[in-house]
Write a protein that binds this ligand. Structure first.
Ligand code: MN
Ligand code: MN
Length: 497
């Protein structure tokens, strides 16, 4: 078969939109699947992906890249590196795999929706590669932790987490279902490849690959770097789509970006925030979460949105304020409710770590240190039961996360409420309330873990009943990896509490 050069045939094969003669356009592309906007149909023909790739190239490149990552894994599998990396790093891996691996597979469903219902052939074609990418990411991120299951049952949650009703799984699904699994092709193109992949994941994966390399986890580093290069290729779907949407329906573009940047931020604050500020061993911490956000997310995101003509989100003051709060408030909650998660959260509260926190976050002692002092006191008094929960956290009806981050205006945690069709909903912030009220029918049916508790779905209605409902057994539920030993060190070193 003669091998033509790509540039000799690519544009003819990539632009293959045609008019239907025997069926209506709307029957082939129903609005429920395509999405609705003010963009005229013919405008989508301008859709152009800057980075071109053919199927032949895709297969060649991906085969080599996956081969490289699997080769590193097989070379290291006898070295038991993960075991030697300590509980903090293992907790980062467990949280990451549980929240991400199966959702990568779900992302392939979203990409496949664009591959069928995107309104230009180049968009559909690029999304086919995106869908193949996400299938591979799901497979790899299930395969890598699989060999660790026999050493540590919590690694089973790489696969299990998304099949349970754990509150953290509910929160992750609330985000990803809205972002892609339950979104039409247009909304999804702005929400996943633009707001999430361009805004967060590329940078998150770059950061994690560097951290993994730094700490000596070459397995995870090679896996994550391989995934990241796919992500940056298919993330271009976002920019190509938003450029056209901006010309005809700026308001819709702004709404989708504002909504999804916020929701992604919340999960990011929980997972990456705690990882960077508390779980990563002190000697390997390069940056605080706030510094990382500032340098990699906030600056880059601002450049990106200003570059295409969007305004910064209306809640910017609250978002900036949360840089000093989200990781700390969420980590404190996760530590306290540790039996409800599938990893062992280190307190990250040695005296040296506490000094580090106070240097990076000047108001940390005042805002959060005082809560840790109570926990320390309880450990020192031998009242370990007081460091553990008796009830469930109150969660937000929009992001499904514990309501614990203060408001920029009052400096206090202030739940918001609204009533829709006779039911009362609680929110963590003005922003989550705004998202809910923008499309109440989209979100009102979603049951929080508290709704299920109060509605009698969780039986018996006790903390033990709730843990069983969430799929947790005494073997896999989260524990303090040091059993509170860190708290006793305070007394020995005469640190005033
Ligand atoms: Mn992916
Ligand atoms: Mn992706």
């Amino acid at each position: 078969m003669p091998k033509l050069k790509r540039e000799d045939w690519y544009s003819i094969a990539q632009k293959v939109n045609w008019s239907f003669s025997y069926v209506d356009h709307e029957d082939v592309f129903p609005k429920e699947m395509v999405g609705e906007s003010k963009v005229p149909l013919e405008a989508w023909e301008q859709w152009d992906e800057p980075y071109k790739m053919t199927y032949r190239e895709y297969v060649e490149i991906q085969r080599d890249k996956d081969g490289g990552a699997y080769a590193v894994k097989s070379a290291l599998s006898k070295a038991k590196i993960t075991e030697k990396l300590g509980q903090g790093w293992n907790s980062i891996l467990k949280a990451h795999y549980g929240a991400i691996a199966v959702n990568e597979y779900f992302a392939s469903i979203g990409e496949a929706r664009m591959a069928r219902f995107g309104l230009d052939s180049a968009w559909r074609n690029t999304a086919v590669f995106g869908s193949l990418d996400e299938v591979r990411h799901g497979q790899m991120q299930l395969y890598f932790p699989h060999e660790l299951v026999k050493e540590d049952i919590q690694y089973d949650w790489a696969h299990k987490a998304m099949h349970t009703e754990d509150w953290a799984s509910i929160a992750a699904r609330a985000l990803f279902d809205d972002m892609f699994t339950g979104a039409n092709a247009l909304d999804m193109a702005i929400q996943l490849p633009y707001s999430f992949e361009t805004g967060f994941t590329n940078l998150q994966f770059l950061g994690m690959a560097a951290d993994a390399m730094n700490i000596g986890d070459y397995n995870f580093s090679s896996l994550i770097s391989s995934i990241q290069t796919d992500e940056s290729r298919h993330a271009q779907i976002g920019e190509a789509t938003i450029q056209i949407l901006m010309q005809h329906d700026k308001e819709k573009a702004q709404f989708l970006v504002d909504k999804m940047f916020w929701k992604a931020w919340r999960i990011f604050g929980l997972l990456t925030g705690a990882s960077m500020d508390y779980y990563t061993p002190l000697e390997h911490r390069n940056m605080s979460f706030k510094e990382f956000m500032d340098e990699w997310i906030i600056n880059q995101f601002m450049q990106n949105i200003e570059g295409i003509g969007l305004k910064k989100p209306w809640y910017w003051d609250q978002f900036i304020y949360e840089q000093d709060h989200a990781s700390h408030a969420l980590h404190l909650g996760v530590y306290f409710w540790r039996p409800t998660i599938w990893w062992n959260p280190p307190a990250g509260m040695s005296i040296e770590e506490r000094h580090w926190l106070a240097t990076k976050y000047p108001k940390w002692e005042e805002d959060y240190g005082r809560y840790w002092d109570v926990i320390i006191q309880n450990y020192q008094n031998g009242s370990v039961e007081k460091t553990l929960p008796q009830t469930l956290p109150v969660v937000c009806a929009c992001d499904q996360l514990p309501i614990c981050i203060p408001d920029v205006k009052s400096g206090k945690v202030e739940p918001r409420t609204s009533t829709y069709k006779g039911k009362k909903f609680h929110f963590c912030s003005d922003v989550c309330q705004w998202i809910f009220e923008s499309e109440p029918d989209r979100f009102a049916g979603q049951q929080t873990i508290i709704d299920r508790f109060l509605g009698g779905v969780i039986q018996p209605p006790t903390l033990e009943g709730a843990l069983a409902y969430m799929g947790l057994t005494p073997h896999d539920m989260g524990k303090d990896p040091e059993n509170g030993a860190w708290a006793l060190a305070y007394k020995n070193k005469n640190i005033a509490i």
